[in-house]
Design a protein around this ligand. Structure first.
Ligand SMILES: Nc1ncnc2c1ncn2[C@@H]1O[C@H](COP(=O)(O)OP(=O)(O)O)[C@@H](O)[C@H]1O
Ligand SMILES: [Mg+2]
Length: 261
């Protein structure tokens, strides 16, 4: 069924009493690809962490709802079960848990008890997706992210995304540290998910990812707010001209949070 909606309204977030987000408004619906761009230190990762419920991030004002339900009332695992997914900018290494075991547990955590994915079905789907993403099969039996290269970690996030099939995927700098071939593969994975039941928020520092994934909407974040929104042409202009013109247009001197806390 289509119709997923993640709605963020006037979101204010602080970390250790430092105000980071200062009124973010954003609505992502099933089928929509949104990109958030912006220089470093403007609050992009904070937004992703706040949506997923990272305990460090305190919501001081505003709301996040998913399909009408209050996300801020949900535990982290409930958010995942509800259909939200976060690919982190810096994925954690989990020693002692293989990638394959992790994936199977994550899939089963989203299913009803007694309705676990049959092992053969899981293996088939895992194998097909590993092939699709051109990931070496041996990765499935290695401990999650342990000793993975930057590129392998990013591919692994897309592997999770494809197997878990969330309604909304938040991808934080999924392109950072990727060479051009890996970038194409990661993009291929994300594009394969494009349908009316899947919406995504792609957080990126660079326009180049958006040469492979065409966003429907592009937002620019500065000073802990979305300061400008547009279509794919906005990303093109950012690539050509950088962020200066936006700062001039809006009278922003320093785009980061540090100077504006
Ligand atoms: N765990 C943290 N503790 C203290 N400050 C933090 C923490 N995480 C982020 N910040 C601060 O919040 C601001 C925004 O960071 P972040 O959301 O990571 O920006 P971006 O992802 O846009 O580069 C920065 O000033 C950063 O120093
Ligand atoms: Mg970041």
């Amino acid at each position: 069924m289509s119709g997923s909606v993640l709605e963020i309204k006037n979101l204010h977030v602080s970390i250790e009493d430092k105000q980071i987000l200062k009124g973010v408004d954003l609505t992502i619906k099933g089928g929509e690809f949104h990109a958030i761009m912006g220089p470093n230190g403007t609050g992009k990762s904070t937004l992703a962490s706040a949506i997923m419920g990272h305990p460090l991030y305190e919501i001081t004002e505003g709301s996040i709802t998913f399909n009408g339900e209050d996300v801020l009332e949900m535990e982290v695992d409930e958010r995942a079960r509800a259909g939200l997914f976060l690919a982190m900018q810096y994925p954690s290494e989990i020693s002692g848990v293989t990638t394959s075991d992790f994936l199977r547990s994550a899939i089963n955590a989203k299913r009803e008890e007694g309705d676990e994915i049959p092992l053969m079905e899981f293996i088939k789907e895992l194998d097909e997706t590993l092939d699709f993403l051109e990931i070496d099969k041996s990765m499935a039996t290695r401990y999650l992210n342990e000793g993975f290269s930057g590129g392998e970690k990013k591919r692994n996030e897309i592997l999770q995304l494809m197997l878990l099939k969330p309604e909304i995927g938040i991808l934080d700098e999924i392109d950072s540290g990727l060479d051009i071939d890996a970038l194409k593969i990661v993009s291929k994975g994300i594009n394969k998910l494009r349908d009316e039941n899947f919406g995504t928020l792609i957080i990126t520092h660079y326009q180049r990812l958006l040469n492979y994934i065409t966003p429907d909407y592009v937002h620019v974040m500065m000073q802990g707010r979305v300061v400008k929104s547009g279509g794919p042409e906005l990303a093109k202009r950012l690539e050509a001209e950088g962020y200066e013109w936006i700062k001039e247009e809006l009278g922003i001197e320093d785009e980061t949070i540090e100077q504006n806390a």
